[in-house]
Write a protein that binds this ligand. Structure first.
Ligand code: DAH
Length: 335
């Protein structure tokens, strides 16, 4: 009898473990634990066990019965788990929430800049990043081998093809195809062979402005850049000019905004000067106008250009330009 119980236990273990779906499991249950099953049959046999052996055999019978019942329950639980029901896909697992993207701080700064200029009646123009020497330098009134090109050292695809070092190239492309009045802003990526550090990047972005019409003066440029300063940094921010040189403007100027961190008193960020250099500007050189077939006796214009990274860094207090291009989520998630 004890042998038979042992045998039943080991066969039961095997049978329950091999039941791979609920139907098969039910068949095994009926065969072992059912009313006409094998356990019941052995129970009948208990009657014939000699009296003195009964306690031991009865105890073993109960143990085997409990083992078989537990095997059944465990198998039942695992087969009816959701993962099994849906063929390996556990539909009760929590889902993976899609991560919501957001705008890069450079692009949101650009959007705000464009919004300011659209409000002033400008339209947005764009041009190619891969340029030829004519648009890159010649049409912008750079004499061959002029030292002003040193500040614009860029990457060459071949002797006459280069990655633009400034968005000023688009001034030429637009004026070639548009009669005055011309009133555009040009956002775009630029490239220079600068050594990368906290304030220099070989790839960066500029916003260019160009206005050409009859009777345009330096005063219009001043007024426009004052509006830009106020719109970007608040009513207390002011703009100043200092003389500069660019081949495509005459006269040329550098423009700076009063320091937004110390309100002009002088601090670490403005190197104690109270002013933050923003970009270059000037009256469009008559040579440039004539080069694109615009009568420089009748029309005058101004232009400016500045780095979008610089503005974004000042707005958000970012101290390293490399962060923009790092792809580091810890940086990007702050904006
Ligand atoms: N393109 C110049 C630079 O990258 C900036 C600039 C200066 C743009 C004067 C202009 C301008 O349109 O008139 O350094």
């Amino acid at each position: 009898m004890l042998d038979q119980l042992k045998q039943l236990e080991s066969e039961g273990r095997e049978a329950f473990s091999q039941a791979t779906d609920t139907e098969a499991l039910e068949a095994v249950r009926v065969a072992f634990l059912g009313r006409n099953g094998r356990l019941r049959a052995l129970q009948e046999g208990l009657k014939a066990v000699p009296k003195e052996d009964k306690p031991a055999v009865g105890k073993e019978f109960n143990r085997v019965k409990q083992v078989l019942e537990r095997l059944y329950e465990e198998r039942e639980a695992s087969l009816s788990a959701p993962a099994a029901k849906t063929g390996g896909l556990d539909v009760t697992l929590p889902g993976r929430a899609p991560r919501l993207g957001k705008q890069h701080p450079l692009m949101s700064t650009l959007d705000d800049l464009l919004y300011i200029f659209l409000g002033l009646g400008f339209t947005v123009a764009e041009g190619p990043e891969v340029e030829n020497y004519y648009y890159g330098f010649q049409a912008l009134n750079y004499p061959e081998y002029h030292p002003a090109m040193d500040a614009q050292m860029t990457f060459y695809v071949d002797a006459g093809t280069l990655l633009r070092s400034q968005t000023s190239t688009v001034q030429i492309r637009v004026m070639e195809n548009t009669k005055p009045p011309v009133r555009i802003v040009v956002p775009g990526r630029c490239y220079r062979r600068d050594t990368v550090d906290a304030t220099h990047s070989h790839t960066f972005h500029q916003l260019e402005g160009l206005l050409v019409d009859e009777g345009i003066t330096f005063a219009d440029l001043r007024g426009t850049l004052e509006v830009l300063a106020r719109e970007l940094f608040g009513p207390d921010c002011h703009m100043r000019f200092r003389p500069d040189f660019f081949p495509f403007t005459e006269p040329s100027a550098e423009f700076a905004f009063s320091c937004v961190f110390c309100e002009g008193r002088g601090c670490r960020i403005c190197s104690g000067s109270g002013w933050l250099e923003i970009g270059g500007c000037g009256m469009v050189d008559p040579n440039v106008l004539e080069g694109v077939g615009i009568d420089s006796e009748r029309y005058t214009g101004w232009a400016f250009g500045f780095g979008i990274e610089r503005v974004a860094m000042l707005r958000h207090g970012i101290d390293d330009i490399r962060l923009f291009f790092s792809g580091d989520m810890r940086f990007l998630e702050q904006f």
